[in-house]
Write a protein that binds this ligand. Sequence first.
Ligand SMILES: *Cc1c(COP(=O)(O)O)cnc(C)c1O
Length: 394
Amino acid sequence: MSVPANPPAAPVPAALPYLPFTRPTIDEETIAGVAGVLRSGWLTSGPQVKALEAKLSAHCGGRPVRAFNSGTCTMEIALRIAGVGPGHEVITTPLSWVATSNVILEVGARPVFVDIDPVTRNLDLERVAAAITPATRAVIPVDLAGLPVDRDRLYAIAKQHGLRVVEDAAQSFGSNWQGKPIGSFGDFASFSFHPNKNVTTIEGGALVLNDEREAKLAEQYRLQGVVRTGFDGMEVDLVGGKFNLTDVAARVGLGQLPHLAEFNAKRRELARAYFEEFAAPAAAALGLGLPVADFTQSNWHMFQVLLPAERLTLKRAELMAQMHDAGIGTGVHYPAIHLFALYRRLGGKDGDFPHAEYAGRNLLTLPLFPAMTRADVRRVATTLTALLRAHQRP
Ligand SMILES: *Cc1c(COP(=O)(O)O)cnc(C)c1O
């Protein structure tokens, strides 16, 4: 029997797997269902898209819903249906994914930003009235991180000033306002099913509309403006695009929807766990800004903390790099839109929207997705707390 030259090494604890800031959960039934669609001979928009639209409509209290290949195009199409175009202004938040304001430019209108409420991090409705001019046609509020904008006040303002609303609910599918699901009431509602969102169709989105006339227009804008009648009738009377969802993608969505409530319950539970961790004295002393603790309405699309920048010796990017080195992914959602080069050319300046700018520089998105565990939350909180403590200004 040979004697080892060296004593056996002490067992090394297995490295913890990398924790991304988000990850979709796709079950085996969905994977098998996708294989079925691939074998069916019908890949693009067909029966799966129709079935997905029916399920989405049921979720939205029976309102008409149409599926698309992105959330972005649904907002552009909603603006077109509302007749928003050159010479018009649309009010929105500077703290969002840039798609929210890009669609306003896409239809030839002008985005008019209004600062956020630093507590909710959503459009500050108190400031909206002052931004309305005779050219204002619509408002695009965003439910950042899934926290719904106050729908009562939003629609009171819209009604008083005769404005259309395109709810950018890309992040708030499954959230509710006072018990009513987002999308089940109001004007247009736009959802995204990007893989980072609470449910996914890989890429994709849906638009909730007010009536069948709008739904027919949405179908036209979705596919080259075409209207078909009978076996051979085809007419085109407006410029549409190529925004249709595939049946393969729709089948993914059909496999996701039955899990929506369970996914969002899990997210809510994990968000609660973050609050518990950050309430610990060592963490609480660091001055981290926490989100609104809403456990009834939000779908907890993200858990974002506001870094106490003035108390830290390291920049957000350095902190993200150190979290990454510790095996933890984080994200930035989002830099203030009016400070992007394109928007600066349109007049955006530093200092225009101080709350959005501060949030844009200092918000950090922590990992939150249904497959995470309570231990993962502790690991994130412990790692972040230790890094913040190690880099305090003297
Ligand atoms: C994801 C997202 C969009 C765009 O959705 P896509 O499906 O990627 O086009 C728009 N607005 C917000 C706030 C989003 O988070």
